[in-house]
Design a protein around this ligand. Structure first.
Ligand SMILES: Nc1nc2c(ncn2[C@@H]2O[C@H](COP(=O)(O)OP(=O)(O)OP(=O)(O)O)[C@@H](O)[C@H]2O)c(=O)[nH]1
Ligand SMILES: [Mg+2]
Length: 455
């Protein structure tokens, strides 16, 4: 059977995938893993967009405005989003404003915690202060390593006040890990499961517990989260709305949970949106890798230079201004296969504030923002042929803010074509499965199935 004979919602294709998945259920190895991912992606309903980017560039604000609900996600000045957050329209018959938490299994959660920043910092501290007398943290079961790091640090702090004062910052890491363990022992933790929680508690689920100044008080629980899922109606789309994955930023090192979960989403998304500040930009290393693994995704990767209201209108077209940076960025992105038309400019904060129904000093801020945008748009007059000028104008138009323009582009990357693309990718991955990655008893049946798929 050739690819072309599989059409939309083809039951023959669904049956074939199900058969292949059950045949390789006991298989192991790269080729089987790749097929499993591709097959599960092909079975997914609807298309998916991953939103990524460095810390505090406005990813969550952007997703809120894309969806048309400023109250959807929390936004904050510092390290806000802790967990991948899937936003989707409610399924038929499902209530609006549903929220679900998907928990990691205990082993996964412990493994990620042992490759996280808090444990790393405690380990460094213990190695520096106790040297060879400290606990061995790199051998034995991970749970024991984590617990002995906590206990040993607490002990040092009890016995050496000078060290406690010098390293007080570490108490945040200690508390995070202690609260993580307390959560693992609590009834609320449902290992490997997905559970409905309260809509009104979404702030706490998405960003952890915070002090009034925004400081993190408790994000221990989040170390056991795989993702949070929000079902929320949206009327902003001309096609069936996508499933949008908002993500936390990935600190450059020692955050295996965030890094691996986001990389996993990059492997299965239909489109990738990278948010950045309006300045010189290069892709993060993990994004470069993700595009190397899926070169076809580059065509559906958008780079959005958000916070355009922070650009200085006086130097916009000067040598060190944003216009030049945009052009240089376009050249750099082309090297990764991302075309210049996929570069956008936005001001996510404006619709976010306006739709929140602002009053008082915030209303003043909105007016000031509009004046700045008008100034920027004025600078772009007469340069309408360039992509940069067009994108800038869209971003500075309060009715668009660059968000409506981007939404239209995204719509072109979704729909039936996206489903077809995922189906083709699953067939290709099926062909590439190495039969030696399968248990012996499944090989004959697999060869049979491969013949049905054809070349
Ligand atoms: N001036 C300006 N500020 C913005 C804009 N978009 C977002 N912000 C602000 O930037 C800060 C971070 O916004 P978030 O939406 O939380 O950013 P994020 O990328 O999701 O942050 P993390 O989840 O912590 O990585 C907030 O204070 C927002 O109000 C914008 O277009 N202009
Ligand atoms: Mg965020």
């Amino acid at each position: 059977m050739a690819d072309a004979s599989f059409s939309k919602n083809d039951p023959a294709f669904d049956a074939l995938l199900a058969e292949a998945l059950s045949l390789c259920a006991k298989g192991e190895g790269k080729s089987v893993d790749a097929f499993r991912t591709a097959a599960e992606t092909a079975q997914r309903d609807g298309w998916q967009v991953l939103v990524a980017g460095l810390r505090s560039v406005g990813k969550s604000s952007f997703v809120c405005t894309l969806w048309g609900d400023p109250a959807l996600l929390p936004t904050a000045v510092q390290d806000c989003t802790q967990t991948n957050t899937l936003i989707r329209a409610p399924n038929p018959g499902e209530a609006d404003r549903g929220i679900f938490v998907e928990y990691l299994t205990r082993d996964e959660a412990l493994d990620f915690a042992a490759r996280g920043l808090a444990f790393y910092r405690l380990g460094q501290f213990l190695a520096e202060t106790l040297g060879p007398l400290g606990p061995r943290l790199d051998e034995g079961p991970v749970e024991e390593c984590l617990r002995s790091a906590i206990d040993a640090t607490r002990k040092v702090f009890r016995e050496r006040e000078d060290l406690y004062v010098l390293h007080e910052r570490l108490t945040d890491d200690l508390e995070e890990l202690e609260k993580f363990f307390a959560f693992l022992e609590s009834k609320a933790y449902r290992p490997g499961e997905r559970a409905a929680v309260n809509w009104d508690d979404r702030r706490e689920h998405l960003m952890g517990v915070r002090g009034e100044d925004g400081r993190k008080l408790d994000t221990g629980k989040q170390l056991a989260y795989r993702r949070v899922e929000l079902a929320r109606a949206t009327e902003r789309w001309h096609v069936a709305p996508p499933r949008v994955m908002d993500s936390p930023w990935i600190p450059t090192f020692h955050n295996a949970r965030r890094a691996e979960l986001i990389r996993g989403e990059a492997a299965v998304c239909d489109a990738l949106v990278v948010l950045a500040l309006p300045e010189a930009f290069e892709l993060e290393e993990w994004t470069v890798q993700a595009l190397k693994e899926r070169p076809e995704l580059a065509e559906r990767t958008a780079i959005v230079f958000n916070q355009v209201d922070t650009v200085d209108a006086a130097t916009l077209f000067a040598r060190d201004g944003f216009a030049h940076a945009f052009r240089d960025n376009a050249k750099r992105m082309q090297k990764h296969g991302i075309p210049e038309e996929n570069l956008f400019v936005a001001c996510a904060r404006l619709p976010f504030l306006e739709e929140s129904g602002v009053t008082g000093f915030l209303a003043e801020r909105v007016e000031r923002m509009k004046r700045i945008l008008a100034q920027l748009a004025g600078q772009a007059q007469g340069r309408a042929d360039e992509i940069f000028a067009r994108r800038l104008k869209a971003a500075c138009d309060p009715a668009d803010c660059g968000i409506a323009t981007l939404r239209r582009h995204l719509e072109g990357w979704g729909g039936a074509e996206a489903a077809e693309r995922r189906r083709r990718a699953a067939i290709q991955a099926l062909r590439k499965v190495d039969v030696f990655d399968l248990p012996e008893e499944a090989r004959a049946a697999w060869n049979d199935l491969r013949k049905r798929v054809g070349r």
